[in-house]
Ligand binder design. Structure first.
Ligand code: FPP
Length: 238
């Protein structure tokens, strides 16, 4: 009998840490002749569904890409729209408290508007004791920016060059203390990492799907996790 036949729903081996690139909101809206803002609203709604689902199945870490350091190149109207979606999400404290989800923002938060920074502080503080899913929201995040920032910190702390190891670098990333993502999911038919978790992704498994993010539901995630269960991870060994 196969592994899956023996296992009941949700009894698959879960990765410890899943990272998702929430891509395809714009195309989802275009297909429906809607403005891009409608795609981001639908993407945000789906983000909440997926975060809740991950919490329910007992995932330890979920990291989502909400806004990259490159996304500032978009028209101001679209940037403002995404920031307003974030504001609404952050203002709804129920998102964190009631659901036992611990939230953390990764990225260059210092460049964001003051009210968003305050909302982020509140959300992180209010959810700090939650024991369920650890949710990282990557905001004004770029992998190269993160590594550059880590190098700067290491130099500032005057750590002797011969004492600098891979662990030293990991400990100076926004994700310090967290396990690396095991599984990176990118919906919407693109096959690239787009500066996402480039240090942490060294040994991750990948899953690409043509489904656009607002439509990427729990069933799609289950399918991806099923596939992950068939991967043989050797981390460079045999
Ligand atoms: C990529 O799709 C999506 C984004 C750059 C924004 C993602 C943001 C959200 C889903 C809202 C996040 C909200 C919270 C509360 C975390 P795209 O616009 O590049 O789509 P396209 O490639 O089809 O144009």
């Amino acid at each position: 009998m196969s592994f899956f036949k023996k296992k009941k729903k949700f009894e698959r081996v879960l990765p410890r840490h899943i990272a998702i690139i929430m891509d395809g909101n714009g195309r989802w809206a275009k297909k429906r002749s809607l403005p891009r803002s409608a795609g981001h609203s639908a993407g945000s709604k789906n983000f909440k569904t997926i975060a809740r689902y991950c919490n329910k199945i007992g995932l330890e870490y979920l990291t989502v890409y909400a806004f990259s350091t490159e996304n500032w190149k978009r028209p101001k109207e679209e940037v403002d729209n995404i920031m307003n979606i974030l504001r609404d999400y952050l203002k709804d404290a129920k998102n964190f408290k009631d659901e036992n989800i611990r939230v953390k923002f990764i990225g260059n938060i210092s460049q964001l508007d003051e009210d968003i920074r305050e909302l982020i502080d509140d959300a992180e503080r209010e959810s700090a004791d939650a024991t369920g899913l650890r949710l990282n929201i990557a905001l004004n995040y770029g992998g190269r920016d993160e590594i550059t920032n880590a190098v700067r910190e290491i130099v500032k702390e005057k750590i002797p060059y011969d004492e600098i190891t891979e662990e030293t670098v990991s400990e100076h990333l926004y994700t310090a203390g967290q396990p690396d993502p095991d599984f990176i999911i990118r919906p919407s038919g693109e096959y690239r990492l787009s500066n996402y978790l480039i240090w942490q992704a060294a040994y991750a498994e990948y899953w690409f799907s043509d489904v656009l993010w607002p439509d990427f539901g729990p069933k799609d995630l289950e399918r991806a996790i099923d596939d992950y269960n068939h991967r043989s991870r050797r981390f460079g060994g045999i």
